[in-house]
Ligand binder design. Structure first.
Ligand SMILES: C[S@@+](CC[C@H](N)C(=O)[O-])C[C@H]1O[C@@H](n2cnc3c(N)ncnc32)[C@H](O)[C@@H]1O
Length: 255
């Protein structure tokens, strides 16, 4: 069977730091080096780190169509993978590129391209870089309108209905997986939304978009409700909301 990582199956007992459980308990964000962690709506670097370890090899090309502060690209570079990041906001793309460059390595490429991931010309990007396949796609879209990233009408966080959000997301899937090599993987990292006293399961909706397109589902991973910039000191508010609105919070209390 073809292997899509650099792990040696014979050494499986030595890989203590690799998650194989579908519940991911990550208490603290890795804020080292270029991972400054001050972009509202970023994800923890440990997420792309784990995914790249399992699903990519050194020298592979990884695409992140919702690059934001470049967490995936920083991690890809640290791990010797090449990466392409697309970000709608040009100033965010520029600032992220500069920060990624503070950890520059000569043995891998980092391409940052400002643009709309639904419509950006992937043919031209691939041709300009001089590659014809991608080996992994990692997506961390806006969680619909929970955080408004910009005033740009092409921003997925400005879509006015769930349907419009999912249609836009579908366009990003089509455009960014067009060059994904056969049998390779795509990961989508997203949270659900609570509104009008009900849960809007964005994760399941987005997952279904992939399944409808013929992707095979490999895993559903759940990350604990750990400390994030947006949630610092908010545990009490969420408990209050859960009790008053009859829902449950996925939360692991550790001693
Ligand atoms: C959840 S954040 C990603 C954060 C990133 N993983 C990080 O760690 O910084 C989503 C990003 O998608 C961008 N975005 C929204 N709509 C977009 C579009 N149509 N094309 C490209 N980027 C888009 C937003 O500006 C925002 O930076």
């Amino acid at each position: 069977m073809a292997r899509y990582n650099d792990l040696d199956p014979e050494k499986w007992k030595e890989y203590d730091d690799i998650n194989t459980d579908s519940l991911w308990i990550i208490d603290k964000r890795d804020n080292s080096g270029a991972h400054t962690g001050d972009y509202h709506g970023n994800f923890v670097p440990q997420i792309p780190h784990q995914l790249f370890t399992r699903y990519t090899k050194k020298g592979d090309w990884i695409l992140d169509p919702f690059m934001g502060s470049g967490t995936s690209l920083i991690e890809a570079q640290r791990m010797g993978r090449n990466s392409i990041g697309i970000e709608l906001q040009p100033e965010v793309a520029r600032e992220s590129y500069d920060r990624i460059q503070t950890e520059h390595r000569d043995d891998c490429s980092v391409k940052v391209i400002p643009g709309d991931s639904r419509t950006i010309n992937m043919d031209r990007i691939m041709e300009t870089i001089g590659i014809n396949k991608l080996q992994f796609v990692i997506m961390h879209p806006p969680y619909w309108d929970i955080i408004k990233f910009s005033d740009n009408k092409n921003d997925l966080s400005n879509t006015e209905s769930l349907e419009e959000f999912l249609d836009s997301f579908e366009e990003v899937i089509d455009n960014s997986t067009k060059y994904l090599e056969k049998n390779r993987y795509c990961a989508c990292v997203i949270g659900d939304k609570y509104a009008n006293s009900q849960v809007v399961p964005l994760g399941f909706h987005c997952m279904n978009k992939f399944i409808e397109k013929g992707f095979l589902l490999k895993a559903i991973l759940v990350k604990n409700f750990g400390e994030t910039k947006g949630k610092t000191n908010q545990q009490g508010i969420w408990r209050y909301r859960a009790i008053t609105n009859d829902f449950y919070i996925f939360n692991i209390q550790r001693n």
